[in-house]
Design a protein around this ligand. Sequence first.
Ligand code: 3PG
Ligand code: MG
Length: 402
Amino acid sequence: MKKILLIILDGLGDRPNRALGNKTALQAAFKPNLDYLADNGVTGLMSPVGFGIRSGSDTSHLSILGYNPREYYTGRGPFEALGLGIDLQPGDVAFRANFASVENGRVTDRRAGRIKDTTELSRSLETEIDGVKFIIKSGVEHRAALVIRGPNLSDRVSETDPHAINSDIMLTKPLSPEGEFTSSVINKFLIRSREILNNHEVNKKRIQNGEKPANEIMIRGAGKLPEMPSFEKLYGLKAACVSGTPLIRGIARMAGFDILNVSGMTGRTDTNYENVISAAVDALKTHDFVLVNIKGTDIAGHDRKPELKREVIEKTDRAMEGLKKLLDTTVIAVTGDHSTPCSFGDHTGDPVPILISTSGITRDYVKTFDEASVSLGYYKITSLDIMPLLLSYSDRSEKYGA
Ligand SMILES: O=C(O)[C@H](O)COP(=O)(O)O
Ligand SMILES: [Mg+2]
């Protein structure tokens, strides 16, 4: 039996970019190690969740790990909260939150210029209203989690993220009668938060420095704690997660993974790629399955920066130099969780390249790892097919039938 290393480059898939001579970031990148793994492996295209589905990182990672989101997904919020170390309790409702910039009632930046640190801002918003406790914890850049705790709370409330700039700021609405109280108490919190954030020293300084203020908190992905069997129970695999992204850490925590902390791992494009990959290699000594998530490719896609995406791929590739040595003992798979084309600035339903490499594998004829090359590869699969394939290539599958 072999170990399994699964490396997800978040939002990896792309479309041709004019700035890269009509190539995708993967096609334009110098990436000898990814190409080596593709050459010495089997490749193909992987559709996250299902063909043509524009999945989020939450539903796609769940499905890659074999948790069908249609069965287990209750919303993004719980994973964001768990990933930030909040001890979510049954009955709590959790949200993903964005610190955003607003001018004259309109959103000018959904990410407040990818602000570096919102800890003080989050702290200033914590409160209790009508018997409901508001817990807010800052994540990476503009990201945060909001958890509301109290009796009779419902997740049947609408989001307040317009997902587009120049849109009016929003309040939540109940999605059914059971969401009425929750929505009204959240709206009191949001109105109070606007007042606090607009007068906050951090924002006054930002404006003085010519930066956009983080003066609005927008919420989405309402959900309660899901129930999921552990990864170990499902597959008998002891698993570890190497990711600086709270959402991914939260999903892995829910699945019972060991969540590793790595020096220099930021969850941003400036992460220490070498440390991330070597922490994963180390973890393979004590774990059967290691999941790595590199977030920079997705950030570059959302920010419409093809050169930056290429750079993130090249840095990841450089850090992967030592992985070739592991192929005798390890199945290495590399893919994305969805496409985030730089030309679109958001997730699309385009399939994502996947490679699976290990010694002794029957190779296909593909020698380079990019969207077009792997379309000639062996597999056209969905994310739900990944775990069965990894179990099979690592000689861990149970026989189906006698
Ligand atoms: O980076 C993330 O957290 C998401 O993939 C995109 O979310 P955002 O558009 O709110 O930044
Ligand atoms: Mg993603």
